[in-house]
Design a protein around this ligand. Structure first.
Ligand code: AMP
Length: 217
């Protein structure tokens, strides 16, 4: 199964990805997670991208594509993959398409999530993440068992710097300007599948399973 998940920050891409990984065992490739790991390690790439992430701006395409293509070349991707947060521009989508066509691994579908802005903002300001295993929590809807502690690895949870209201608005603007045009791009390729992301995660999982059964994936 080769999937791309497209949607604004907070729409549930990461949460659905975790479900797909646990059910289908295919790798989850989140460019945001990869970049945050580079930042924590203070690698050369981590230093180059820090200011973009802090301001909620997009990292330049060439840096993104290097990271993604390195990851795609790893053997576990032969059985499929879920891209979460990539591509985010038409240029990235075109580069991905070319790469996958050469490898004979075309996408099966692009899942998009519709969620009203006020729901997104609320989800992001209450979101907490584990910087060690990338598990996602929510102080209102999905709190950890022990306050501020990851259920899986007991690491302290963080409120991402870009999940504060001042940055969220610019991330939503960037989404509308640079990423939303991908919906038309993938619609034109008959790959787009729309999910109602405003519902709880269980509902979204049911919509996904319905799509998988319908497609026989
Ligand atoms: P995310 O975790 O997907 O919300 O990504 C966090 C931040 O990482 C974004 O706000 C961007 O600064 C950067 N980023 C992640 N993926 C991409 C991408 N495909 N293209 C450009 N920037 C990205």
């Amino acid at each position: 199964m080769r999937l791309v998940l497209v949607g604004p920050p907070g729409c549930g891409k990461g949460t659905l990805s975790a479900f797909i990984v646990s059910k289908y065992g295919i790798p989850h490739i989140s460019t945001g997670d990869i970049f945050r790991e580079h930042r924590t390690k203070k690698s050369e790439l981590g230093q180059k991208i820090a200011s973009y992430i802090d301001k909620g701006e997009l990292v330049p395409d060439e840096l993104v594509l290097d990271v993604v293509f390195d990851r795609l070349a790893q053997p576990d991707c032969a059985k499929g993959f879920i891209f979460d947060g990539f591509p985010r521009t038409i240029a990235q989508a075109e580069a991905l398409q070319e790469r996958l066509a050469k490898a004979g691994m075309p996408l099966d579908a692009v899942l998009s999530f519709s969620v009203p802005d006020e729901v997104l903002v609320r989800r992001l300001v209450t979101r907490r993440v584990c910087p060690s295993c990338n598990a996602v929590y929510n102080t209102e809807k999905k709190p950890p068992q022990v306050e501020n502690t990851c259920d899986h690895c007991q690491h302290e949870l963080v409120h991402r710097a870009d999940d504060h209201e001042e940055v969220i608005q610019s991330r939503l603007d960037v989404y509308r300007r640079s990423t939303a045009p991908l919906l038309d791009y993938y619609q034109g390729q008959k790959l787009l599948v729309n999910l109602d992301g405003s519902r709880g995660s269980h509902e979204v999982e049911k919509q996904f399973e319905h799509f998988v059964a319908e497609r026989g994936l």
